[in-house]
Design a protein around this ligand. Structure first.
Ligand SMILES: [Zn+2]
Length: 490
């Protein structure tokens, strides 16, 4: 009896192995598809091929699509193709650390992108760090002649804006090295971004107080300089450094490249959000709105030489407490649309707006706050639609790793659906940048020729038709939740 059972078990085992082998042969991982790294797999799992041709529209940029790892030429081409049919652009990071390895990985992707007619996209963040490299020569100087640093930016030793001129050449040479390599290899350079934030001249946090104690700053700015004078001076210097060390060397070789930096965009004189390392300091000029303090901002974009704008439209936790709207979704939507509309209305039509976006609440302290109601997914996607109809050309999704799947899916759905209206997105003119002070009807639109693409979203109870000017023509917009409509303008 035992013998028989053993025989049956052995037979079963053999059959099972055979069946598994057969299944693997037929439908298992095909030989020519390598296992992509985890981040790439997340993108493939949470996006679908586009239904409509992208034409000239910029690709969707996603944090997990940065640096897909070491690939041979064949695999790189397959990956570029896989992502391009989804409208997603692969980004390669330049680094001065391990130049040979970095260069080889970046060039492999770039060759594949060139061959397949896709944009070559670069992250040059690490090349720009750091102007304030800790060198004593970069410090402020106190009245006893001793160098000192401003400690209001965490670990970064932020020094004197008048002391870093000698740093600009080294940084520029790093950029030039990579740019030259691409040029020599006959490769294009289409899109390049940096996430250069806590470094170089800045006026935020306690930088102003630090400067007031510095004899060098006093020498150049006077004995009793105001915050506005200080802000204009440091922003001018900040723009100059970005131009000298980064945008100019890129554009010199690749005049048509899109060059930009995180959080640098034309504005209406105010900043409607705070970065994770920034906070308000009493006395700094601002515009108040409920509990929010929108800081006075310098228009630092033009002097950078950047060829696209890069606003940051994120769910910073503080936003939730800035407003008293009972509809908690509107707290998020209101602020984030203010940020997006500011960039949209302030940026010339000829300059693309590539907006950083993020959905999950960002708990700046690192500790989650259970009293905060997360923005709903539906509301976030509505926001993305309105951004597209108010000047945003494409998105750059940033998130932490565990948030990748959902963040990728939400932004890709809107990006892909919007391609139905590709002609409007590429050539249309925004008709409205108004953000209502109370939850109500939001209308955004893109006028093109004799028609206008409209999105209407309602946070109030009014579902009646609403009238709005599309250029010089008064149009009537019906209640049409969750969809875009095209109206005639004649
Ligand atoms: Zn100083």
């Amino acid at each position: 009896m035992i013998m028989i059972r053993k025989k049956i078990t052995l037979k079963l085992l053999i059959y099972t192995v055979l069946i598994i082998l057969l299944i693997t042969q037929c439908s298992g991982p095909k030989k020519n598809i390598p296992p992509w790294n985890k981040n790439i797999q997340v993108i493939l799992d949470n996006t679908t091929p586009l239904e409509y041709d992208l034409n000239n529209r910029l690709p969707l940029y996603l944090w997990p699509a940065i640096d897909p790892g070491e690939l041979d030429q064949d695999a790189a081409e397959r990956l570029v193709k896989e992502l391009s049919i989804r409208g997603v652009g692969i980004v390669s990071s330049w680094s001065a650390q391990d130049i040979e390895k970095t260069m080889s990985q970046c060039l492999t992707i770039a060759r594949a992108q060139k061959k397949l007619g896709q944009r070559v996209n670069i992250n040059a963040t690490s090349l720009l760090y750091s102007f304030f490299n800790g060198d004593e020569r970069t410090g402020h100087i106190d009245k006893y002649g001793e160098p000192f640093f401003d400690s209001s930016f965490g670990d970064m030793k932020m020094g004197c804006p008048f002391a870093i001129d000698f740093r600009k050449k080294e940084i520029r040479e790093r950029v030039e090295l990579f740019v030259k390599k691409y040029k020599d290899e006959g490769l294009p350079l289409d899109f390049i971004f940096t996430d250069w934030e806590i470094d170089g001249p800045l006026e935020v946090n306690h930088a102003f107080e630090a400067s007031k104690k510095c004899i060098v700053c006093q020498k150049y700015l006077g004995d009793d300089f105001s915050f506005s004078v200080f802000q204009d001076q440091v922003r001018e210097m900040r723009s100059y450094l970005q131009n000298y060390s980064y945008s100019e060397p890129v554009l010199k070789q690749f005049p048509d490249a899109l060059v930009g930096n995180y959080a640098v965009y034309p504005n209406d004189g105010y900043r409607y959000w705070y970065d994770y390392f920034e906070y308000y300091v009493d006395g700094q000029p601002c515009k108040e709105d409920q509990h929010a303090k929108y800081r006075q901002w310098n228009n630092d974009f033009p002097a950078t030489g950047y060829t696209y704008a890069m606003p940051v439209v994120y769910t910073w936790d503080s936003i939730y407490y800035w407003y008293d709207f009972e509809n908690t979704d509107y707290r998020w939507f209101y602020n984030m649309l203010l940020v997006a509309s500011n960039a949209g209305k302030s940026t010339p039509q000829s300059i693309p707006v590539i907006s950083f976006v993020h959905w999950n609440t960002i708990f700046v302290s690192g500790k989650s706050d259970p009293s905060i109601t997360q923005m709903s997914k539906e509301c976030y996607q509505e926001l993305l639609w309105h951004m597209l109809l108010r000047g945003t050309d494409t998105f750059f999704m940033w998130s932490s790793k565990n948030e990748f799947p959902e963040e990728v899916r939400l932004v890709h759905e809107v990006y892909a659906d919007a391609q139905k209206f590709g002609n409007f997105l590429e050539n249309g003119q925004p008709i409205n940048y108004n953000v209502p002070k109370m939850p109500g009807t939001i209308i955004s639109g893109l006028a093109l020729g004799d028609s206008v693409l409209i999105r209407r979203t309602d946070f109030g109870r009014n579902h009646d038709p609403v009238e709005i000017f599309a250029g010089t023509k008064l149009i009537t917009v019906d209640y049409t939740p969750g969809e875009c409509i095209v109206l005639a303008l004649n």
